[in-house]
Structure formats: C-alpha cells, structure tokens
Design a binder for this molecule. Structure first.
Ligand code: PRP
Ligand code: URA
Length: 206
C-alpha cells in the first residue's frame, strides 16, 4: 500500500480557507472542487497508457489513451463534493455511488445505497473528503470488493493518523491519497484540527 500526502501550495492555501469556520457553503464547495481537481492529477499520475496513431496537420505521430476505464465512487453524502472536480479531469469516467453514514452515537457506518457501473477491469477511485476513524471508507471499499471490484484507490482531503492506520490494516492493497494528514481524533471522533462536519459544511445542513 502506498500513502501519498499530496504536498502542493495551492492545496494548502485552499484547504486553510476551507478550515475557517467563517467560510460560506458556497465558498467551501468551490475550494473543495478545486482541490479535487489538483488531487486527481496526483491520483492518476501512474495510469497506464496505450499508444495509438495520430495524424496531425503535419505528419503521423504516436498519441496515447488511457488503458483502463476509470470509475469514480463518491461516498454519500460528502463525497459528492469531490465528484465534479474529478470528472472535470477525467470526463469519460463512469460514476458509482455508495451511501453510508456514520451513526453519531456508535460511530458505526450504516449502508443505505450501492450502485456501481459494470465496467470491465476499471481503476476505481473512491472519494470522500474525510478519513476519520476509517469506518466509512473501510466499509465502502469492502462493499466494492464484495461486488468483485479490484484495483481500488482512495482519495480524501483530510485524514487522521488513526484512520490511515485502520485503512492500512483493513485494505493493504488500496493506495491512499491525502490532501493533509492532521494531528488526531477528538473524543467525538472528529478530526483535529480538521474542518468540522464536511457534509454539513458542503450542504449547509447545520
Ligand atoms: C463523514 C465523512 C466520511 C465519514 C468519516 O460522513 O464524509 O464519510 O464521516 O468518518 P469515519 O472515517 O470515522 O467513518 P458522515 O457519516 O458524516 O455522513 P455524510 O457524508 O452524509 O455527512
Ligand atoms: N466526518 C467529518 O465530516 N468530519 C470529521 O472530522 C470526522 C468525520
């Protein structure tokens, strides 16, 4: 398993604004969208290419196309905030959805939806802004594996060390891409310093 913290000044700059309690939902969504685009660059850096002939106005040359189909799977709800940024970078990607929420008392993930496109041998990128205890992403990836999905990558904006460790133990075959590795979880299993509840901040539900 490879863990990549995507170190980029633009990500640090935009993420600092997102962390600010005074940011509006509108601004929060826009920065999330921009960070998703920047992170997609890194998540797809090693994708395999097939050669193909291209006729330019001058001569024939060798061009390239992606070898694998790409499937993007946002974990509902907050993962939806990353979807359009990823799709702007990979417009031909197909999209699956996994519905999970973290019970506020038990912190256990509860599954309520799963619809995955039937692509053959795709590279699947699971997206969620937050990796806290890891319960949700571990369950989401297990749901995919139970349906035969292989070759999975996970992209999140903020991770806690506890969640990274849990993911490493549960899914050692899944590479993780992180925008910022924060300090720890608090007693309510929120990431510190974090940005609060990502879903609520994206959708203005609190
Ligand atoms: C948030 C977040 C992750 C999960 C992370 O979702 O978007 O899915 O919590 O926490 P974990 O690593 O401890 O599982 P939440 O359950 O709040 O649902 P929402 O996206 O519907 O707001
Ligand atoms: N889910 C969130 O949205 N934020 C956290 O800090 C932890 C879980």
């Amino acid at each position: 398993m490879q863990i990549t913290v995507v170190e980029h000044p633009l990500i640090k700059h935009k993420l600092s604004k997102m962390r600010d309690i005074n940011s509006t939902s509108r601004d929060f969504r826009e920065w999330l969208d921009e960070i998703a685009m920047l992170m997609t660059y890194e998540v797809t850096r090693d994708l395999e290419l097939d050669e193909m002939p291209v006729q330019t106005p001058i001569c024939e040359t060798t061009g390239y196309k992606l070898h694998n189909n790409i499937v993007v799977v946002p974990i509902l709800r907050a993962g939806l905030g990353l979807l359009s940024g990823v799709l702007r970078m990979i417009p031909n990607a197909h999209v699956g959805h996994i519905g999970l929420y973290r019970d506020e008392k038990t912190l256990e993930p509860h599954e309520y939806y799963c619809k995955i496109p039937p692509d053959k041998d795709p590279i699947t990128i699971v997206v969620d802004p937050m990796l806290a205890t890891g319960g949700s992403s571990i369950a989401a990836i297990q749901m995919l594996k139970d349906r035969g999905v292989k070759n999975i990558r996970f992209m999140c904006i903020i991770a806690a060390p506890e969640g990274v460790k849990a993911m490493q133990e549960a899914h050692p075959d899944v590479d993780i891409y992180i925008g910022a590795l924060d300090e720890k979880l608090n007693e309510h299993c929120y990431i510190v310093p974090g940005l609060g509840d990502a879903g609520d901040r994206i959708f203005g539900t609190k």
